[in-house]
Design a protein around this ligand. Structure first.
Ligand code: BGC
Ligand code: CA
Length: 342
């Protein structure tokens, strides 16, 4: 009898302790991550990055605070000051203006707080100087150019396989481009590389129109496509290149409203893009793996806050070129393989 009571007592004492160490349990020692999203209006950031940052931080037992920088670098600068004053253990920052990377890195360096930048990479000059001079700053994202290269190869393959794409039969591609945010490394590299794939393959190109949008939005895609379809060159358009899915969703809506179906390609592979592919309304996209980018951001942030090697105990690898970056691979998504991504 006595033994049973003693046993029960021991169990009662040990249970809460076990709970404390259970995965996902928060305690006063939990790492606190101060994070932002450049704009909560951004479809991709809101649909993929933000929910994964939250759920994965919880799974790893860390506390994360995510604020909306509302598309304004000045707001982000202020938010970073507040995080530093509050004493967060680490910063996970999605730059609004990549050109302002140095200001953020300087703040973190001055406060001696580790910093993980994600989704928008600092310009090369900043990477080589400021990032190299602070040992507690890293980047998590992709190799921007890779998305444009994959999208370009997909379009070139289809162009060669489908002679009807060349409506006027001049051997050149008359295209329109929805670029996204000017100065964003992804937007710049995709714009360049997707077109380069054609010229590299010996196919001539002619740009009929290009529009940029800092918000990469559905509305922008719809408005621009609708305008192009009533323009003087409407009949000449042979290809619609979109640097992200959301702008393509808008363009698809505009084409449907006008009863037109032009070849159209994008990047991200959001759930809705897979549906458009399955319904024959989108010809291809490129998986921008936001889930793994968010997970890597959290893993690096926690390790950095604990003073460990940032990739210790994870499957992430820092690039070998010394750029202190984890780059998650892009994958081409076509009507032939989209089912694998659903
Ligand atoms: C995505 C876009 C997104 C942008 C936000 C890019 O990597 O492809 O959909 O709007 O990041 O910074
Ligand atoms: Ca042509």
């Amino acid at each position: 009898m006595k033994k049973t009571i003693l046993f029960a007592l021991i169990i009662m004492m040990v249970m809460p302790l076990a709970g404390l160490f259970a995965e996902g349990q928060k305690d006063s020692d939990a790492v606190v991550i101060g994070a932002n999203i450049y704009s909560f209006q951004d479809g991709f950031m809101n649909a993929v990055m933000k929910p994964t940052l939250e759920s994965y931080a919880a799974e790893r037992g860390a506390e994360i605070q995510i604020v909306d920088s509302e598309g304004q670098q000045a707001i982000l600068n202020n938010q970073v000051d507040i995080f530093i004053t509050k004493g967060v253990d680490v910063l996970a920052i999605n730059l609004v203006d990549p050109a302002s990377a140095q200001a953020i890195i300087d703040k973190a360096k001055k406060a001696d707080i580790p910093l993980v930048l994600f989704n928008k990479e600092a310009p090369t000059e900043v990477r080589n100087s400021v990032m190299a001079s602070y040992d507690k700053v890293w980047y998590v994202g992709t190799d921007s150019a890779e998305s444009g290269i994959i999208q370009g190869q997909m379009m070139v393959a289809d162009w060669k396989a489908r002679p009807e794409y060349d409506k006027n039969g001049d051997g050149k591609v008359q295209y329109v481009m929805l670029k996204g945010e000017p100065g964003h490394p992804d937007a710049e590299a995709r714009t360049r590389e997707s077109v380069k794939a054609f010229t590299d393959a010996g196919i001539g190109v002619e740009q009929l129109a290009l529009e940029a949008d800092p918000n990469w939005s559905v509305q922008h895609g719809a408005d621009k496509m609708a305008a192009w379809l009533t323009s003087s060159f409407a009949k000449d358009i042979e290809l619609v290149i979109c640097n992200n899915d959301n702008m393509a969703f808008g363009a698809i809506t505009a084409m449907k409203a006008a009863g037109v179906r032009l070849p159209i390609y994008s990047v991200d592979a959001l759930e809705q893009a897979l549906t458009h592919i399955s319904e024959g309304e989108l010809d291809g996209t490129v998986l921008n793996d936001g889930v793994n980018q968010a997970k890597a951001t959290i893993d690096l942030a926690i390790n950095a806050a604990m003073g460990k090697d940032v990739v210790e105990g994870t499957s992430w690898k820092l690039t070998s070129d010394g750029s202190k970056a984890v780059r998650v691979a892009y994958v081409g998504v076509t009507p032939a393989n989209y089912m694998d991504f659903q």
